[in-house]
Design a protein around this ligand. Structure first.
Ligand code: GRF
Length: 212
């Protein structure tokens, strides 16, 4: 089912923002029926902010040091999300763990992208963890965010082979290419109303059958 208006998303990013760029490219190419009113970073030098500006999105640095604690920092972010009438929040390399209070108060669901086949290798340095464990296959997961770290219901995954001579860099690059494909796809499925959470599972409805 197509919506009358594009889905209003916000991206929260701390770094280079290549996933943000994949989302922007999908919007600009008409593959993603969304608009990006605002990108928020906790780092002033995040390249993601520059990418946002180039797209014409508002690029906002919210300085955690200006707030006495995590709660007040999160309240400032929540106020921006509400102000921009955001319906879906996309974490893309956002290096902060959001509190359960933030998740409850957020004006829409939150998605995250993680460079491993969850539930394997949550947390930091997922690609390094995969190499250390000697797995032959790894990949990427897009999931809804819950109160745990990389534990929320899985939306989409893509697998990549792990080669014997892989380094963290080569494996990360192979995974990243898949990240750039599936994050915009997952957001588009949400925009089409085709994602139906049932407990830990996310059902994906066939095209044309949106959840009511
Ligand atoms: C990606 O590997 C993503 O999976 C992880 O953080 C990295 C962000 O990269 N959550 P980028 O800033 O989107 O280029």
């Amino acid at each position: 089912m197509s919506r009358a208006e594009p889905l209003r998303i916000a991206v929260l990013a701390s770094g280079r923002g290549s996933n943000l760029q994949a989302i922007i490219d999908a919007i600009e190419a008409g593959r993603l029926a969304a608009c990006l009113p605002v990108v928020i970073s906790d780092r002033p030098d995040a390249h993601a902010l520059e990418r946002a500006r180039r797209h014409g999105a508002k690029a906002l640095f919210v300085n955690p040091r200006e707030y006495p604690d995590r709660e007040s920092f999160e309240r400032a972010v929540l106020a921006l999300l509400a102000e921009h009438r955001i319906e879906l929040v996309c974490l893309a390399g956002f290096m902060r763990i959001l509190s359960p209070t933030f998740i409850r108060a957020c004006p829409g669901p939150i998605m995250n992208i993680h460079p491993a086949l969850l539930p394997a290798f949550p947390g930091l340095h997922a690609q390094r963890q995969a190499l250390e464990q000697g797995v032959k296959v790894s990949g990427v997961t897009v999931h809804f965010v819950d109160a745990g770290v990389d534990t929320g219901p899985i939306i989409l995954q893509a697998a990549v082979p792990v080669h014997a001579d892989d380094t963290e860099e080569t494996l990360s690059a192979r995974i990243l290419a898949e990240e750039h494909q599936i994050y915009p796809q997952a957001i588009q499925l949400f925009a089409e109303g085709r994602l139906v959470p049932r407990g830990r599972q996310v059902m994906i409805l066939d095209a044309g059958k949106a959840a009511s």
